[in-house]
Ligand binder design. Structure first.
Ligand SMILES: CC(C)(COP(=O)(O)OP(=O)(O)OC[C@H]1O[C@@H](n2cnc3c(N)ncnc32)[C@H](O)[C@@H]1OP(=O)(O)O)[C@@H](O)C(=O)NCCC(=O)NCCS
Length: 186
């Protein structure tokens, strides 16, 4: 497969699009925030570390093989600022499984913007990629994320006890998911 959505993917307030090198300052603003990275698998990053991460993201605007992530910048249309990122993994071809991820600058939390971006990615996953089930993996305690998943119509399927050694301690991993049929009937 060679799946590359036609960009930008427009929602009410957002443009989801591939990253560009000139997004560096916007990314630094949230990649350097301990509150944003607390539950995501990256450290607090300095400018050089953000640059290195951004170089990888520049290549993640299409899916050609299972196991790859589509990683898109969330641009607030009103100001043209990149306020976060939203991710969709094409996990398995035969099983048609996917995985959702997201992170937003704290200054933009509480406005339904992450949910708006995530809904667009679920639509891409189910309608364009033909996925059967999309899951999200959340560190136990990340209530902002589980509230969002609930709002998306996803439900918790598993609570894996101390299955992750995460940022220096053993953590529980919560697996949330939604299947295509459930998503279509919402
Ligand atoms: C997880 C994360 C993306 C959630 O962001 P968020 O802004 O709380 O999520 P939503 O977009 O769903 O917004 C919902 C909030 O906006 C409010 N809201 C305001 N206007 C709204 C609107 N038009 N539509 C929907 N919700 C709206 C809701 O009431 C809700 O507020 P509440 O949490 O106080 O109940 C954010 O906390 C984050 O980036 N965290 C750091 C990274 C991270 O942990 N990622 C997940 C790893 S699994």
């Amino acid at each position: 497969m060679n799946f590359r959505p036609s960009y930008p993917i427009k929602t009410e307030r957002l443009d989801l699009r591939p990253h560009r090198m000139d997004d560096l300052d916007d990314l630094l603003a949230f990649h350097s925030d301990p509150e944003v990275v607390r539950y995501v698998p990256w450290p607090v990053r300095n400018r050089e570390q953000v640059r290195a991460a951004l170089e990888v993201k520049l290549t993640q605007d299409a899916l050609t093989e299972p196991g790859q992530w589509l990683v898109l910048a969330i641009e607030l249309r009103e100001t043209s600022t990149v306020i976060g990122e939203v991710l969709l993994k094409w996990d398995s071809d035969i099983n048609r499984q996917g995985e959702l991820g997201y992170a937003l600058h704290t200054g933009y939390h509480g406005r339904g913007l992450a949910a708006e971006a995530a809904r667009a990615m679920l639509r891409i996953g189910f309608e364009d990629l033909g996925l059967h089930r999309i899951q999200a993996s959340v560190i136990n305690g990340n209530t902002a994320s589980t509230k969002l998943l609930e709002r998306l119509g996803m439900h918790q399927e598993a609570h894996l006890i101390e299955s992750l050694y995460f940022k220096g301690e053993w953590c529980d991993d919560l697996i949330w998911a939604i299947r295509e049929q459930e998503w279509r009937s919402k």
